[in-house]
Design a protein around this ligand. Structure first.
Ligand SMILES: Cc1cc2nc3c(=O)[nH]c(=O)nc-3n(C[C@H](O)[C@H](O)[C@H](O)COP(=O)(O)OP(=O)(O)OC[C@H]3O[C@@H](n4cnc5c(N)ncnc54)[C@H](O)[C@@H]3O)c2cc1C
Length: 403
């Protein structure tokens, strides 16, 4: 390939950004482009495994790997830094490690916690959005259970989980595995523990058919989880959640409080683009920002529309689509550099698997329903595949969940 050497700047090394770089470095030679990747940490973390760290069933180090391990240093410069501003008209990016200019920009800055303005939630509940927050959430649970012998305070044995969405259910699945072990470690009777999940919507896990939802609920209820559905949380405070039941406010008490019910795209999106909703920008079919055909926006900061006109709805933001967006962007950048036309993105939905701890789960895979051990096995395949697709067989062997 021979063309003018362009500066390609990639922001964020999550599933979208790192998949994009991993593919692009295979397509281009050193002479073709000057690729720079900027990410807050020196490591990539598997966001889809964070609930395990937050429940104590996985050490945070097991869910991360150094970014340098997957990039080709001959072709890509990696800069560990925090992006602080994107100046799209000047074609520059400001970071804690200096400013960078670009010809082509890929924004893949991922998700943050969203508390929907619920009073006190950001201050009084833990969120699960990166390895640090996940470790903090687990430490709180462990410290409270350890403290019970001294305090004899039921609040130390009460855990409140806000949200029965995908993350909430996967988290509860891990908790019912780890909390009995913690109880044993600190000499506490597990029957005294209250794990309560509060959900505003009448139905959990809307992406799954009712029989699979019932299976997941029964699995968790059999292990001591209490569900309060149709119950909006109106505030969080030092005692737990305030919820609304039959138009009356009620205080739910707990010393361990975790919020799993909302994420949004990076706040930098609101500062950079117009028309951004909850940190997500509606992108063009080729994944660029409207009016800026040299800026790609991918992963959880993108609203990729499914359908056309009034019926168009954004696809849910997931690791699965983030990786496909990364692959597609690498392809479109290669086409652009060759002087060819970019192609529109088409999502290929492989299905969804929701784990219930390490040995159970529910899933819809290629249109087929699965549950139990089969789903747990499929989840390990999906998790390992994600590592393999970005880092290849050696990384999948050392970090994946199949070996
Ligand atoms: C507990 C949990 C379980 C999940 N389970 C699933 C699942 O089973 N299946 C599924 O498909 N999806 C799942 N998801 C959703 C999935 O994790 C996200 O959709 C996915 O991580 C989005 O990928 P991304 O690359 O856009 O962003 P991210 O993974 O958030 O990566 C963004 C990267 O950018 C970096 N960054 C952010 N801001 C800055 C900045 N200012 N400067 C520099 N770097 C920055 C971050 O450190 C990070 O490395 C789950 C999410 C959670 C929280």
């Amino acid at each position: 390939m021979s063309f003018e050497r362009k500066k390609i700047l990639v922001l964020g090394a999550g599933y979208a950004g790192l998949q994009m770089v991993s593919n692009l470095q295979k397509k281009l030679s050193f002479q073709d482009a000057d690729i720079t990747l900027i990410n807050k940490n020196e490591y990539h973390y598997e966001s889809t495994w964070l609930h395990e760290t937050a429940a104590g069933t996985m050490e945070w180090q097991d869910g991360v790997y150094p970014i340098n391990k997957v990039i080709d240093a001959q072709k890509v410069v990696f800069v560990p830094a925090e992006v602080t501003a994107i100046n799209k008209d000047e074609q520059t990016v400001e970071t804690t490690h200096g400013n960078f200019d670009y010809d082509i920009l890929v924004v893949a800055l991922g998700f943050e916690s969203e508390t929907f303005g619920i009073d006190g939630m950001a201050d009084h509940a833990h969120s699960i959005v990166n390895p640090q927050t996940a470790v903090k959430a687990y430490r709180e649970i462990e410290e409270n259970i350890a403290n019970y012998k001294r305090s004899n305070d039921q609040k130390d044995l009460s855990i409140l989980v806000g949200g029965a969405g995908f993350t909430g259910i996967e988290y509860l699945g891990e908790l019912v595995e780890s909390v009995p072990e913690l109880c044993e470690k600190y000499g506490v009777d597990y029957n005294k523990v209250n794990i309560t999940c509060v959900e505003a919507a009448p139905k959990m896990l809307p992406m799954f058919p009712e029989n699979l939802v019932q299976y997941a609920m029964k699995f968790l209820e059999d292990r001591g989880v209490k569900f309060m559905v149709n119950t909006p949380i109106v505030a969080a405070n030092e005692d737990g959640f305030i919820v609304e039941v039959n138009d009356e406010k009620q205080q739910l008490e707990a010393n361990s409080v975790i919020w799993t019910a909302g994420v949004r795209g990076s706040k930098l999106m609101d500062e950079t683009f117009e028309g951004v909703k909850r940190g997500r920008l509606v992108v063009e079919p080729d994944l660029t920002a409207k009016g800026y055909d040299n800026i790609y926006v991918i992963g959880d900061v993108a609203a990729v529309m499914n359908g056309e006109g009034e019926n168009a709805r954004p696809y849910p933001t997931t690791a699965q689509i983030a990786m496909q967006l990364g692959e597609h962007t690498a392809k479109n950048i290669e086409l652009t550099l060759k002087g060819d036309k970019k192609e529109p993105f088409v999502f290929s939905d492989k299905g969804t698997v929701c784990s219930l701890g390490s040995n159970d789960g529910i899933g819809l895979v290629l249109g087929r329903e699965i549950k139990g051990k089969k789903a747990a096995f499929m989840k390990r395949v999906v998790d390992t595949r994600a590592v393999f697709k970005i880092g290849g067989p050696l990384l999948a062997y050392s970090k994946g969940k199949m070996f």
